[in-house]
Write a protein that binds this ligand. Structure first.
Ligand SMILES: NC(=O)c1ccc[n+]([C@@H]2O[C@H](COP(=O)([O-])OP(=O)(O)OC[C@H]3O[C@@H](n4cnc5c(N)ncnc54)[C@H](O)[C@@H]3O)[C@@H](O)[C@H]2O)c1
Length: 267
């Protein structure tokens, strides 16, 4: 779809208007996912918050409703195809067909290489990568069948390439997320479904709390030109832009960094 034509100065362009769109945010109860749910809802989308933990999801829903937005919570383990298929049925009954899918569940661990067990490996790969493939299959097929186009946004990481020290499994899973994103961008382009990833830098959250030790934080700050952590709200611009078919109509297969410059320097 063509993005926009020239407007008079002062006339709103509505490039970022998501009114009438239904967004599914898997892991919408996460620190970063919650902020992006609020960003999408703030621009008019109905937001389906999909989470394992209903407490945090309900708090996100209430936050959105308090400012007049529309949201609902749906319970699922993101690694379960059965759960995701059920949630697809529930979401379509609630909000009609899905226009926007965002994948952001995540787990991490800094286990030294020789101590990584295959149980831990499988768990991290399942939550961070298998869940993305499953959701793209289940919700992506639905989006293709609905025939309205749409936007899929995967949450990758600065560790996806090159890898960060100490978090091999996490880095490998996120490298996989980048591959899935680019593969599907090509696969789904004929259906006008755009597939992109956001690469967040460092944002203190539950999954990285144990990993952000004093020496790690110092080295992150040395390597981040803006010399600070990100605030989750700083992801909203990229999320809304990628979700909007007007604002990012010709953007697919892109990995968008929101990292205070972390990816722009080697030493
Ligand atoms: N915080 C950062 O600095 C940072 C940087 C880059 C990427 N990310 C990514 O952002 C996303 C959100 O993470 P966050 O940093 O907000 O952390 P977080 O700890 O706040 O959230 C992680 C979420 O994943 C959910 N989750 C774990 N296993 C699940 C499962 N089986 N099914 C459903 N949900 C499950 C948890 O319930 C939790 O809500 C993750 O993909 C993470 O890898 C975070």
């Amino acid at each position: 779809m063509k993005a926009t034509s020239c407007k008079k100065p002062g006339e709103p362009m509505n490039l970022f208007d998501l009114t009438g769109k239904t967004a599914v945010v898997i892991g919408g109860n996460s620190t970063l996912g919650a902020a992006m749910c609020e960003g999408l809802a703030g621009h008019g989308a109905r937001v389906a918050i999909v989470a394992r933990n209903m407490d945090k999801a309900t708090a996100v829903k209430e936050q959105i409703e308090q400012v007049g937005g529309a949201a609902a919570c749906f319970q699922a383990d993101a690694t379960s195809a059965e759960d995701l298929k059920r949630v697809l049925q529930e979401v379509t009954l609630w909000g009609g067909s899905v226009d926007i899918l965002m994948n952001c569940p995540g787990v991490n661990s800094s286990t030294p290489f020789f101590e990584i067990t295959m149980e831990e490996w499988d768990h991290i790969m399942d939550v961070n990568l298998k869940s993305v493939v499953l959701a793209c299959q289940i919700f992506g097929k639905h989006m293709v069948e609905a025939g309205k186009g749409g936007s899929i946004i995967n949450i990758s990481s600065v560790s996806s390439d090159p890898p960060l020290s100490r978090v091999l499994t996490y880095s490998t899973s996120k490298a996989g997320v980048n591959q899935v994103t680019k593969f599907l961008a090509r696969e789904l382009a004929p259906n006008n479904i755009r597939v992109n990833a956001i690469i967040p830098g460092f944002f203190p959250a539950e999954q990285n709390r144990k990993i952000l030790t004093k020496d790690r934080v110092e080295s992150i700050m040395r390597h981040t030109p803006m010399e600070r952590f990100g605030d989750p709200s700083e992801l909203q611009g990229a999320a809304v832009w990628l979700a909007s078919e007007q604002a990012s109509s010709f953007v697919t297969g892109a990995l968008i960094r929101v990292d205070g410059g972390f990816g722009a320097m080697m030493i």
